[in-house]
Design a protein around this ligand. Structure first.
Ligand code: PMP
Length: 345
């Protein structure tokens, strides 16, 4: 199949076509150096400005580096989906974890911050800005006086304008909006560095990474190179503002079909926290008609719309509208959803 014939609207790692074309060109001979980009030394100047780490690794790295910021050795976790739940579970190995919200498995809303049970002595307050599986996205930055705020932005970084100065740390795996798998971006406030627990593995120690320009060990050079190309691509398109404009346009088009379907498509999420990136929905009823959903996925594939199967833990359908998914591709999906509804309702 030719690439231009497939619309990858659900997969985790879509890249802009122009980025892939450039990577293909530079695969064998990078910028006329006579060597492949994968053969370049990571000590060359091109690779010295980016922090790396590991995706799920940050679930461990953050508590290991930050729990000791306060004598409480306790951290507040806002659990709004399975990724923040995993992060909280991991942190509990190293210190105390206070769950700010009542326990639930439903993950369809964000309770009002006035109801959160926050601990003013917490070392940090952790949340996931966009829950990739459940589709819960914060539309505002939660704040709690004096307690450093930590955010997992793995699935929505560079898709909306944010005030970085409000955070103690932000981390994001690259493979959704800013590159391919293998590299994790960590932004951390300098004054939070240097209090790692003695058991912290050296590769996770922020102070060691910062002191070595993120080059304490051999970094994933090719993934960093691709991330650089994606950053350039984002700037050429008009920056984060443009990504945000597209994200609003794309997600509104899909939510409009759902909301005007009279219950044929059902998105379980509270409207105040609906994600612009990941839209999970069921077909036929709130519980989902599995036979109809199977038909949807099959017919979508026939129409070149791929990767729409929902995550196995929630079932149904999931649309993912990462930066590299175009408005036009989204409109192909929207038309398909309308046609499918007309055929089967
Ligand atoms: N956080 C979020 C919000 C994610 O979506 C993911 C992966 N999908 C992770 C963390 C884990 O990242 P990785 O798979 O790179 O370990």
């Amino acid at each position: 199949r030719h690439r231009s014939e497939q619309h990858n609207i659900g997969g985790p790692a879509k890249l802009p076509a122009s980025v892939l074309a450039q990577a293909q060109k530079e695969m064998v001979n990078y910028k006329n150096t006579g060597v492949s980009v994968m053969e370049l030394s990571h000590r060359s100047s091109d690779f010295t400005k980016i922090l790396t780490g590991g995706g799920t690794g940050q679930f461990s790295a953050l508590p290991l580096n930050l729990l000791a910021l306060k004598p409480s050795m306790s951290a507040d976790y806002v659990v709004t989906g399975s990724w923040s739940a995993k992060a909280a579970q991991e942190a509990a190995k190293y210190g105390k974890v206070n769950l700010v919200l009542p326990k639930t498995k439903k993950y369809t809303d964000i309770p009002d911050p006035s109801t959160w049970t926050l601990n003013p002595e917490a070392s940090y307050l952790y949340y996931c800005a966009n829950e990739t599986i459940h589709g819960v996205e914060f539309q505002h930055i939660p704040e709690f006086c004096g307690v450093p705020l930590i955010a997992d932005m793995s699935s929505n970084i560079l898709t909306r304008d944010i005030d970085v100065s409000k955070f103690g740390a932000i981390f994001a795996g690259a493979q959704k909006n800013i590159g391919c798998a293998g590299v994790t971006l960590v932004i951390i406030r300098e004054d939070l560095i240097g209090k790692a627990l003695p058991i912290c593995p050296i590769i996770f120690e922020f102070q060691v990474q910062v002191g070595n320009n993120s080059l304490y060990n051999t970094p994933p050079t090719y993934s960093i190179y691709i991330m650089g190309l994606v950053f350039e691509w984002i700037l050429e398109q008009g920056g984060v503002a443009k990504m945000e404009e597209w994200a609003i346009k794309k997600s509104s088009a899909v939510y409009d079909v759902i909301d005007c379907s009279n219950g044929f498509y059902v998105c379980p999420l509270d409207k105040g926290c609906r994600s612009r990136m990941n839209i999970p929905f069921r077909i036929g009823s709130a519980q989902g008609d599995e036979a109809l959903e199977k038909k949807f996925i099959q017919e979508a594939e026939n129409a070149k719309l791929i990767s729409l199967k929902g995550h196995r833990s929630v079932g149904g359908i999931r649309v993912s509208l990462y930066n590299a998914v175009t408005v036009d591709e989204t409109l192909v999906l929207v038309q398909f959803m309308k046609d499918f509804m007309a055929r089967y309702r």
